[in-house]
Design a protein around this ligand. Sequence first.
Ligand code: M6R
Length: 609
Amino acid sequence: MCGIVGYVGSEHAKEKIIDGLKRLEYRGYDSAGIALPVNGKIEIRKHVGEIKNLEKIIGGDDYDAPVGIGHTRWATHGAPSDINAHPHGNQNNSVAVVHNGIIENYQEIREWLQREYGVAFKSETDSEVIAHLIGIYYDGDLLKAVNKAVEDMRGAYAIAVIAADEPDKIVAVRKDAPLVAGIGKGFNLIASDIPALLKYVREVYFIENNETVVLTKDNIDIYDEKGRKVKREVFHVSWDADAAEKEGYEHFMLKEIHEQPKGIQDTLFKRLADDNSINLDGITMTKEDIENFNKVYIVACGTAYHAGLVGKMVIEKMAEIPVETDIASEFRYRDPFVDDKTLFIAISQSGETQDTLAALREAKAKGARIMSVVNVVGSSVARESDDVFYTWAGPEIAVASTKAYTTQLICMYLIALYMGKTKGAIDEDYYNLIISELKALPDKVAAILEKEKDIEKLAKKYYHKEHIFFIGRGLDSGVSYEGSLKLKEISYIHSFAIAAGELKHGTIALMDPDTLVVALATQDFLYEKMVSNIVEVRSRGARIVGIAKEGKNEIEKVSDEVIYVPQCIDEVTPVLAVVPLQLLAYFIAKERECNIDKPKNLAKSVTVE
Ligand code: M6R
């Protein structure tokens, strides 16, 4: 996720900015850069890769100033590269900008700047338009120029700007992306996140939405959107650097679980137009391609594979095409039946998983069309695919995948709906119904998160169990695999997931009074069958934690505990049902004092076979 750091004072800005950027490294980034006003002009240095690459090219003291801005980029528009890295300058580098977030109407602005001012763009980013807009409006008053540029911009963003002719100030704006000003003595700082400031200051102002802030070495002036000065309370940060990185959450995993409403919202709305149609920016797959496919393979590993299990069911239902979901390490060696009528969908958070990449190459060599669902822009899987559906989860730091999974599910729905509508397999009413159910998900996930204390209580009751089973039918069976993986990878409890109807064919032999069974019963048309399966395991003495939709109370009679998720149509329940399972795994692991963010034997990205 992008990071912003700015310093204005009387010492070397370069050192402070680099130091602040390093404190944001934990969030993940693909390039870094810095801009300083030196000898009447802004010098910009930026480099793809780690901050140490940037340090190598920024040289000695002659490249320094008492004011400057810096950035770590997590690519969204345009691949990770030196050119796409921030800061961005205008035509003659008289102003420079760093930007977090998205400028939704950047194409429009870009075309206007090219047409009216002959602006030659250097990068593929949405951010560069901001620098040119400010440059065009600048007449010696940076605050005025920034305010005017902001009137033209739509989207969610935080920006920080400097001008060569006003080398004593930074102007920054917040609109739906975090910004915090650090209050120093004889210097001030601006940053997207508190950890970047903590080495130098403890007193901060939180900048609110639609506010502009002007920082000089002795002042921080905050203005509302009407240009009126705002008085802000000073906030004293008492967290240590470690807690600040996690924004007060005890672990990254918990923070990322809580980021799911936003990730779902961002992933959905990136692709949804106002009329509910799915915009396919950057996707080249045509109606003819879709009609030509006679089969879909979804291939992935771990959690991403579990998203594929749900993907199979929704694509088959909505697009009426056979789908096979396979584990990448199996697919690559089993000589699967793939040809030019095959759509191959790779799902990968990192986009670097070796098995997934090898399976993708195998399918490509056999003529399949390759689509991927990826969280990291410019990753290997993304680069080697014909089309990419990005998840907008932001960087996932905890090894246990949570927000990547729910955003992958959103992409599965979007792909299924798009294919189904294009083929005429679903009608307008059904399409609109699913879209409205998807739009309601962020609030419903937030409602489940509010019940986190109840789930923590359950965890305290059951954390000592040696064996925990997860069962479900239909879409719930896919989710139960994910619940089981989450639990075992972070708590080290032996866990097993199985389609509930399959229990009686062997696994039921393992049920006894020491066993805990988490039973998912969120599918209305399978509800009664699930209740029967619960009765089967309960009669062997197992304890039951049921997961059901609000209002489906029958399950209480056969369960020891029930966690309810909000009402919704069966098709989209996996996005809700998984959240209590993530929380249960998290709190059980916490009770067992496990290293939750970095479980033993596991790596975040598995780049070896
Ligand atoms: O980066 P990827 O999505 O390709 O990673 C795939 C798996 O390694 C990953 O989902 C893994 O299973 C997670 N640690 C599970 O939480």
